[in-house]
Design a protein around this ligand. Sequence first.
Ligand SMILES: Nc1ncnc2c1ncn2[C@@H]1O[C@H](COP(=O)(O)OP(=O)(O)OP(=O)(O)O)[C@@H](O)[C@H]1O
Ligand SMILES: [Mg+2]
Length: 321
Amino acid sequence: MIIPVASGKGGVGKSLVAANLGVSLARLGRTVILVDLDFGCADLHSFLGMRSRASGIGSLHWKQEKNLSGLLAETGEERLWLIPGDTLQPGVANIEWQVKKRIQKDLAELPADFIILDLGTGSTWNTIDFWLAGTGGIIVVTPEITSVLNAYALLKSAAFRLLSQGFPEGSSEKAFVLDFASEWVEDGTRSLIDFAKDLARRSPSRGGAALRAFQGILPCLVINRGRDESDVEAGHMLRDLAVKNLGITPYFGAFIPEDPAVSGSLVARRPLVSLDPEASFARAIRAFAGRIASAPRASLLRASRPLVDVDILALAREALS
Ligand SMILES: Nc1ncnc2c1ncn2[C@@H]1O[C@H](COP(=O)(O)OP(=O)(O)OP(=O)(O)O)[C@@H](O)[C@H]1O
Ligand SMILES: [Mg+2]
């Protein structure tokens, strides 16, 4: 199962969450591969206490390695592997189309229970395409308005991307999507899913497939750096915006508190879930991993069920207690 981790705003904790989630799932007996797909700003290895010596994604870019599986590096944690990004090789931020296709194909064939993708920030097509590779991709937000609005922008771009990809270049439907995108006013009067339904009526086969793909976007929101239970409002705000304007319903995956122990774990170069499993951050991540590991198999299929779905306020109360 592929679990992409994205965010609209940078520095909100994607890599920290991805690394600690990977360790937690491995400790629950699952095989896990963490993949650093933050092209140009790869640092996932450092959250695992590893040095950036192993070759990574840049080797695909520079054609020294043909397959993603040739880049698997041991992390020192049983059942957990890392495919590093590349800090050593220049130009990886501008990954070519063929390399992207190669990575997408190889990801689906990697031998692990969970493949966690640490993505770059924002709404570049690379990020969006990898985020769409998993059912219920994670979006990390912090309780700041900019983080919420950028996360909404990411969701909107992903939704448009899926819709326009459903139609061939030069087709009237694609032109229709592009026209709609340029004229659309996000005032809640017409949601993107209503538009997708119209398209499906006009063009039942391609439009129908595009609509089904659209309905398969089941984002999993992770609120990070929560200090107060009122911080769940950030999640509700994003959910309300996405429901009203896009017709997409984000689900709640986790509420992770701000925890001063995080900085100590970064200095010690050890994930907090292994350094201090009882720290509040570690407890929240371990509980999240437990929910993911025990989710019904049906949620592994696109367009079926969200990754997880929790009562975020109850979770916030528990995490902050
Ligand atoms: N729950 C938390 N408690 C305390 N500090 C945190 C928490 N989450 C994140 N941080 C701090 O925020 C920093 C940035 O986190 P991280 O590098 O994982 O973000 P990112 O979203 O991956 O950033 P980038 O966009 O640069 O890839 C961490 O190094 C840590 O200091
Ligand atoms: Mg990062």
